[in-house]
Design a protein around this ligand. Sequence first.
Ligand code: BDR
Ligand code: CA
Length: 347
Amino acid sequence: MRKIPVIIDCDPGHDDMMALVLAYGSKALDIRAVTTVAGNNTLDNTTRNALNVLHYIGADEVPVGRGTKNPIVRDHQERIAQLYAMRRKWKMTPAAGEKEQEPKKQVTGASAHGVSGLDGFTFPEENPKREASMGAVELMAKVLRESEEKVTIIPTGPLTNIGLLVRAFPDLLCKIERISMMGGTSEFVLNRPFMEFNTLLDPEATKIVFESGVPIIMFGYDVTYRVLYDTETIRRIEAIGNDTGRMVTALLKYFMASHNSSLSHLNLKDVAPIHDACAVAGVIDPTLVTESKMLHVDIETAGTYFDGATVCDYTGCLKLPANVEVVYNMDTPRFLDLLVKASENCK
Ligand code: BDR
Ligand code: CA
């Protein structure tokens, strides 16, 4: 079977880890490069985590290109600090009777992923896998330039690298099949207006991507909070008994507990989202998407209401061309089956 050529741009992150396992283990994708971005944690940590995951699952042949330390215009650490300040302002956490969830030392990242960005599993200290000599944007450009077929880009972190690619190599946009991104939200509001972590961290990059003219499919909170894994999914992956299964089990258990306590107002119990894997699954099997709409989507960058808020014109009142396919639902049982099968196919 012909494999679909892809580049995965990520910030692992527990759900980014699952996205990598799914992409590699599905056997349906030809991963031409993995690139890293600062997001769930610092660039150093997300790059180390990507190298660890890829080596651990047996994907040593996949080149890894390191991205930039900060969003295109803003500062990564400042943006994370602003996120926590917003959470306080919107009184998201803690719920009544709970301990303050505000991270103390770990202002480097998103709370649900822990201090390292991938807490819950200890990788071997020595990892022979090294990053490529080329940085993320150059590596993506090389892959696109050298590919005979169009390549799908799957961003599962802030869109910094993709925004830079669009600006630096406009001649290569015709080589992108489409961008299948995890990010944004249309109607699901997580107790704060239209805020999703990846678009919040780099609104300017998101704007460049939305305006690029490249076909985009957006797996935002609207769908990712519908497609939840549960303790049975973990049990099935644990039962596989291979190295990848052990790693995925430990990390999914950690993520479920930590996600649900740091976002306690969502009242999720024994289930959690696995956001980034949705954007990969939609490329492996587009029939998994059961509900989506072509919409005009833009993003707030001017600070008027809420920077990083995706603005989805779902009534069409702006009369602007639809630039994004916004996904609202997926076939959860088949999606979860794919996660299990992919874990089984890895080392
Ligand atoms: C996104 O933010 C990160 O924490 C996850 O890895 C995912 O990409 C969800 O908002
Ligand atoms: Ca991510």
